[in-house]
Design a protein around this ligand. Structure first.
Ligand code: NAD
Length: 381
């Protein structure tokens, strides 16, 4: 069978779902590989590098979609791409199944099988295919780099002949995958790093990375995420008030705030209010990684960078992984390659779409003319 990656058509998207390295691995699984001309260019992978890796370079998207049995993509397909699906073809891509009924109906009508990368179950065995985590890791790292780029001062404290420089103080709100990556990046650059999460079980992880966990003066325990499969759920009003009071206290002290707080299938909680922004020092920076879901900061504008009247920069970009397209393409293409390894137990270049396999079942959203989303919970944790 042949697997191919078209050039992403979402405006500004620089990632690609197959790299020359991942193609070499896919060939070891028995597959022929193809890309559309220029598919990897924006991520730093020229056509010649693919050709050297034995990848066929196909001139147009239409021809690529026609020729391959498996299409690997990054972004959810648009209408033109959905029309290119045919019976028995497999698409592996982010697909947003929860908010893409029309896409699932289109794939079902065509008889195509769709594997949605955001649906890979978060169980240990599937970590190597977990594209949400690999992309969140990059977003967290890049958020700190972006903050540094907009912050006119050092992260680390210095004593120099020209004067003493205090270290920057960074607050990371939300210590999931992206938040932990931001914490690690911030501490390694030498900033004093504080972190808060509603799940107290992450405190130890935060502290082991050299950051300080922010506890609330609150009678109830910070929520135990074990009840919700490790994810946060909505907070009580009292808890929220205590959280906001703590943030209000910290706002004048911190130089950089990175917010990453999300609750699955909901708009992002608003945690950094207008008065907190107003209380921050001029030159401070907020990077809101929740911008795509409405933002954790009241003043965030998705996809934009704004500077407030009191001189606070608020970055609301929603494309951090694409801004590091070489790295993110390498990791995403590796996630896809591992998914393909799961789908090809015999390494014979033939897909064995085993719906009894927890990971494959969990991620499959259409199969043989049926919509198979949402999946049953995985049998193994
Ligand atoms: P996420 O992107 O859904 O949320 C980011 C963080 O925001 C979470 O830590 C959440 O607790 C926090 N948050 C939500 N509301 C908040 C609030 N009001 N204030 C402060 N913080 C708030 O999270 P994620 O990065 O996808 O990770 C969620 C969970 O999944 C974690 O327990 C993580 O360890 C787990 N996980 C497991 C695997 C695996 O086993 N393969 C892989 C990745 C993540």
């Amino acid at each position: 069978m042949k697997i191919g990656a078209p050039k992403e058509i979402f405006e500004g998207e620089a990632r690609v779902a197959m790299t020359p390295d991942s193609a070499r691995q896919l060939q070891k699984l028995g597959y022929d590989c193809a890309i559309e001309t220029g598919a990897g260019e924006a991520a730093g992978f020229a056509d010649a590098l693919y050709a050297e890796a034995g990848v066929e370079v196909i001139k147009t998207a239409a021809a690529l979609w026609k020729e391959v049995d498996i299409v690997a993509k990054v972004r959810q397909p648009n209408d033109t791409e959905l029309k290119r699906l045919t019976k028995g073809k497999t698409l592996i891509s982010f697909f947003n199944p929860g908010g893409n009924e029309a896409g699932m109906e289109a794939a079902k009508a065509k008889g195509a099988n769709v594997i949605a990368m955001e649906m890979v179950p978060r169980i240990s065995r599937a970590q190597k295919m977990d594209a949400l985590s690999s992309m969140a890791n990059i977003a967290g790292y890049r958020a700190v780099i972006e903050a540094g780029n907009n912050f006119g001062r050092f992260f680390t404290g210095q004593v120099t002949a020209a004067g003493k420089v205090p270290p920057a103080k960074v607050l990371v709100v939300g210590a999931g995958v992206a938040g932990l990556a931001a914490i690690g990046t911030s501490t390694s650059l030498g900033a004093i790093t504080l972190a808060f999460d509603v799940r107290p079980e992450v405190a130890e992880q935060v502290e082991s990375m050299g950051a300080e966990f922010v506890y609330l003066d609150f009678e109830e325990e910070q929520q135990d995420g074990a009840a919700t499969g490790g994810y946060a759920s909505v907070q009580s009003e009292e808890f929220r008030e205590a959280q906001l009071a703590k943030f209000r206290e910290l706002a004048p002290e911190v130089d950089i705030v990175i917010t990453t707080a999300l609750i699955p299938n909901r708009e992002a909680p608003e945690l950094w209010t207008k008065d907190m922004v107003e209380a921050m020092k001029p030159g401070s920076v907020i990077v809101d990684l929740a911008a795509e879901k409405g933002g954790n900061c009241k003043l965030t504008v998705a996809d934009e960078k704004i500077v407030t009247d009191n001189g606070v920069t608020i970055v609301g970009y929603t494309d951090f992984p694409s801004r590091m397209a070489s790295q993110s393409s390498s990791l995403y293409a590796t996630n896809i390659r591992h998914m393909m390894a799961d789908l090809t137990p015999e390494k014979d270049g033939q897909i064995n779409h085993d719906m009894e396999d927890d990971v494959i079942r969990g991620a499959t959203v259409t199969f043989e003319g049926e919509i198979t989303f949402p999946p049953p919970p995985p049998k193994v944790q």
